[in-house]
Design a protein around this ligand. Structure first.
Ligand code: GLC
Ligand code: CA
Length: 552
């Protein structure tokens, strides 16, 4: 039986940056509500909100201190209820971000755990080590060790994969699993339609007594992915959680964030008989080309191009492997990476052509707010705007190699996730109509994308996305088969077939004119980005342009 989410077209909203209604510089739920007509016009049918629970905002909401209430900076429970209701009236489903691997250190469970070593909540978290000695050399994604001293002074440490103010939950403990299910069901009972399971692949950890093997055996902390990502217990522990949700709320979309999952794991996570997720988001789509990297300093925030051949390989493998299993997610950017137009697309034509290429494949599009306008990363001018210790380390390393601090900050602005979270530009009023107050996120806008300029302009990026999403809703692009046509590295061309219907989607990946031979009979243009010529099966694409052609 088909579910609504098989044909979902998701728009990702970073609530703090979408629309502020009470002029405190922070976007809020009422702001999203106010913009529902815009979302309808664009043609999406679901929104995914980054976390809106009560949070000290150490990691912009991914550090939750109360899962049963809305962060006051973003609104109230009543606002949330109204948002859900209004979205549903408009035919838009609501997906919430569900942070289940860790909590804030301000969460009452953690506060209790550190106030009394005999607290029942001690076992909600992962405490280990003794006499002030860390159990192992594992490193945190946010820099430094995963181990932080127990503030209670027991000589033990607690585990945190992300910020030290975000202690990991101990999923081994059945009480934790039960509590998290309770929270999920609380929100589903309110009528939300889906959960994005944040960082779920990390809930199981290997034996904590093992160091990750390195040459010197015990040096600086190392990010030991194989010891805390995709372990088999992730599935064992999440299965009852997912099964219960599907039993109680069968129309719930379970969308997992599985950053490092390869395609085989994606099969495991989404195959029906495994009773886990419906779809996962992998970061493995985007293989970078490291050949231009300057080896004299750290490469983390040096801009890299996408290795287009590897990208094509990855896409095809995901498309063909998940055919008949589940719908892959299709996306170009999110709050954890630089924006499409900054990271990959060389110009506006390419941004459109790449969007078309990605979203008309088989799967669920997830469009990051502002992408439909061609929005770029902000430009930061101060290292503190990144609030990230790994950026400080990058700047230090770049300075040693002779770069100025300004150059390093400029570089990091093109690569880092924070500048991708800029305010949505609605109009030409103060702060682009986002807020009368200065935005919570500082940084300079470098593009000239504004909703008001684009909305009625047929040639705008917004209207390109709108037409593309109309096309996406046709059954050919939802359920048709996919296969890649053999072309060289200068283009990406695939075919979609459903019964008698058939279309070719062709995109140039080159800055030169590119010719490809396509099967005869595809002549009806459905959508195009940039210019092309079609002559008796020979398709010539102008630099970076793309076209969708239907069989007559
Ligand atoms: C996920 C989120 C990211 C967050 C992390 C910790 O990867 O997408 O933004 O920092 O989890 O919750
Ligand atoms: Ca506000």
């Amino acid at each position: 039986m088909a579910h609504w989410y098989d044909h979902a077209i998701i728009y990702q909203i970073y609530p703090k940056s979408f629309q502020d209604t009470n002029n405190d510089g922070i976007g809020d739920l009422n702001g999203i509500r106010q913009r529902i007509p815009y979302l309808q016009k664009l043609g999406i049918n679901a929104i995914w909100l980054n976390p809106v629970f009560v949070s000290p905002q150490v990691d912009n909401g991914y550090d939750v201190s109360n899962y049963f209430a809305i962060d006051p900076a973003m609104g109230t429970m009543e606002d949330m209820n109204s948002l859900i209701e209004d979205c549903h009236k408009a035919g838009i489903h609501v997906i919430m971000d569900f942070v289940l691997n860790h909590t804030s250190n301000q969460h009452p469970w953690f506060q209790d755990a550190i106030s009394d070593p005999n607290s029942i909540y001690r076992d909600y978290y992962i405490f280990a080590g003794k006499d002030g000695k860390r159990p192992n050399n594992w490193g945190s994604f946010f820099g430094g060790s995963v181990w932080e001293e127990d503030p209670a002074g027991t000589g033990e440490f607690y585990f945190h994969l992300f910020d030290k103010k975000m202690p990991d939950l101990n999923w081994k403990n059945p009480e934790v699993r039960h509590s998290m299910l309770e929270i999920a069901e609380y929100w589903l009972e309110k009528g939300i339609d889906g959960l994005r399971l944040d960082a779920f692949i990390h809930i199981a950890k290997a034996d904590l007594r093992q160091n990750f093997p390195t040459e010197d055996g015990n040096g600086d902390p190392v990010v030991a992915e194989p010891f805390f990502a995709n372990l088999p217990q992730v599935q064992t522990w999440l299965r009852p959680f997912c099964e219960q949700i599907k039993q109680d709320y069968p129309e719930t979309l379970l969308l997992g964030e599985a950053a490092s999952a390869n395609v085989n794991l994606a099969v495991d996570y989404t195959e029906r008989r495994n009773h886990l997720m419906d779809s996962v988001v992998t970061f493995r789509y985007f293989t970078e080309d490291n050949s231009q990297v300057d080896k004299h300093y750290s490469d983390v925030y040096q801009p890299k191009t996408l290795d287009m051949t590897a990208f094509k390989q990855n896409q095809t493998v995901w498309q063909q492997t998940l055919a008949g299993i589940s719908y892959p997610t299709l996306y170009w950017s999110n709050h954890d990476m630089a924006r499409l137009r900054t990271r990959v697309a060389k110009n506006d034509i390419q941004a459109r052509s790449l969007a078309m290429l990605m979203y008309l494949q088989r799967g669920i599009p997830i469009i990051y707010y502002g992408e439909e306008l061609g929005m770029q990363n902000l430009q930061f001018d101060n290292e503190s705007q990144f609030s990230d210790q790994t950026v400080e380390a990058f700047i230090a390393s770049a300075k040693k190699a002779g770069l100025s601090k300004e150059e390093a900050i400029k570089m990091a602005s093109l690569v880092h996730k924070m500048p991708a979270r800029g305010p949505m530009p609605w109009n030409h009023d103060k702060n682009y109509g986002f807020s009368e107050a200065d935005s919570w996120i500082k940084g300079q806008k470098v593009d000239n994308c504004v909703v008001d300029d684009q909305i009625d302009d047929e040639r705008s990026s917004f209207n390109f996305y709108k037409r593309m999403l109309e096309l996406k809703q046709e059954d050919l692009f939802q359920d048709g088969d996919y296969y890649l046509l053999s072309t060289d590295k200068n283009s990406y061309v695939y075919q979609r077939d459903l019964g008698e219907k058939s279309a070719i989607v062709a995109s140039s990946l080159s800055d030169k004119e590119t010719a490809v031979v396509i099967p005869k009979g595809y002549e009806v243009e459905k959508l195009s980005a940039g210019d092309y010529q079609l002559n008796d099966g020979k398709l010539t694409l102008m630099p970076y342009s793309g076209v969708v052609l239907m069989k007559k």
